[in-house]
Design a protein around this ligand. Structure first.
Ligand code: SAH
Length: 352
């Protein structure tokens, strides 16, 4: 499944990120819109509040200068643009920032370069990398929104003989089908309660997401810093199939039209927190997107932006707040996880 996902998303000729305009609003005319919309594209308030959080984090680290402001999978560059715009209030932060965009899609890199051009003079530097392994050896503030879900994952299905890896093959008619391979998952990766799951139960494990978390934790341990990862997923490891395909703002069958749908799964944040906490000097914290944004002043910001504006603008701001923070929209499903050195206090995390 991981290999299927990797080919569908990243094939240099036919891959989804190569050929499709993934991120954007729903447009009636075909080819204008994207397949899904993300928080920074819904509202500028998302990036502004994340920016304020990052500035506070920088202050908690005693204002390192220079430091890397790293974004993982920056899409259209909107989040970084809004972060930097909010940070114009704190010129010292901007002047100390080496902005590092970690991106693999050439098309999106071109777009990000364009969007960030106006900040060329106000940040210390602006650069692009294709791998997190190459981030500079200095304190880093790392942000990633809907990055982890795009990294490949594996599924295991319970049978009498153990948890077998789900594989993708062809049926007799040549159609893609899911099946059970002989490869089994080592028990150490299974969460509590695995023994009492019925046969056919599914467990998802994403070595690529664990590896990114480990690399971040390692970088923070060596050079200092804080990471903030936002995505849909769960704060307790569990069972169930969350493999999903999205095309034109609707769910599709992940085995239909390979290369034409965005493929993702929910992020098991509990597994990532365990990974980061293997580093003795680090701690992690998690909250929901709704609680995070409200704690940072989402309502107050919406009020300030809407003051004296037309009813149409005020209504649009209200609907942005709803989409980002309401429990039945993105507010509860989306989680915000922080990885940081022990002893640091950060806003919006009650247990941190
Ligand atoms: N953060 C953006 C985009 C999310 S989509 C937003 O919130 O709108 C996922 C992003 O991750 C895309 O920019 C995609 O090109 C990038 N990406 C996917 N796999 C990657 C990898 N292995 N390394 C770096 N970037 C990757």
């Amino acid at each position: 499944m991981a290999e299927y996902m990797h080919i569908c998303l990243s094939d240099p000729q036919y891959g989804y990120y190569k050929t499709r305009e993934a991120i954007g609003a729903d447009h009636k005319q075909a080819d204008l819109g994207g397949d899904f919309i993300t928080a920074p594209e819904i509202s500028q308030m998302f990036g502004e509040l994340v920016g304020i959080w990052l500035i506070t984090a920088w202050q908690s680290l005693d204002r390192p200068k220079p430091f890397s402001l790293v974004e993982l999978g920056p899409g259209k560059g909107t989040l970084m643009r809004d972060i930097l715009r909010a940070a114009q209030q704190v010129p010292d932060f901007l002047a100390a920032a080496d902005v590092v965009m970690v991106e693999t899609s050439d098309r999106l890199i071109a777009r990000q370069r364009e969007v960030l051009k106006p900040f060329n003079g106000s940040v210390n530097s602006l650069s692009w990398l294709s791998s997190i392994a190459d981030i500079p050896d200095q304190p880093s503030l790392v942000i990633g929104n809907e990055f982890l879900d795009a990294l490949p994952f594996r599924q295991y299905v319970k049978a009498e003989t153990g948890w077998h890896e789900v594989a993708i093959s062809l049926d007799q008619k040549g159609n893609l089908q899911l099946g059970k391979s002989a490869t089994r998952l080592d028990d150490q990766f299974l969460p509590d309660g695995a023994e009492s799951e019925p046969d056919g139960s599914v467990f998802e494990y994403a070595p690529a997401r664990q590896a990114v978390t480990e690399a971040l934790a390692d970088a923070i341990t060596r050079s200092g810093g804080i990471a903030l990862l936002i995505d849909y997923g769960h704060d307790r490891s569990g069972f169930g199939d969350t493999f999903q395909a999205v095309k034109n703002h609707a769910y599709a069958n992940p085995l239909d039209s390979p290369g034409e749908c965005d493929l993702t799964s929910h992020v098991d944040f509990a597994a990532l927190m365990r990974e980061a906490e293997k580093f003795e000097t680090l701690k992690t914290a998690i909250t929901t997107q709704g609680e995070f944004l409200l704690a940072l002043g989402l309502l107050e910001r919406a009020g300030a932006l809407g003051a004296g504006k037309s009813p149409r603008i005020q209504q649009s701001l209200r609907s942005q707040v709803e989409r980002l923070a309401a429990p039945d929209q993105m507010g509860r499903l989306f989680k915000v996880m922080a990885i940081m050195p022990k002893g640091i206090l950060l806003p919006a995390f009650t247990d941190a």
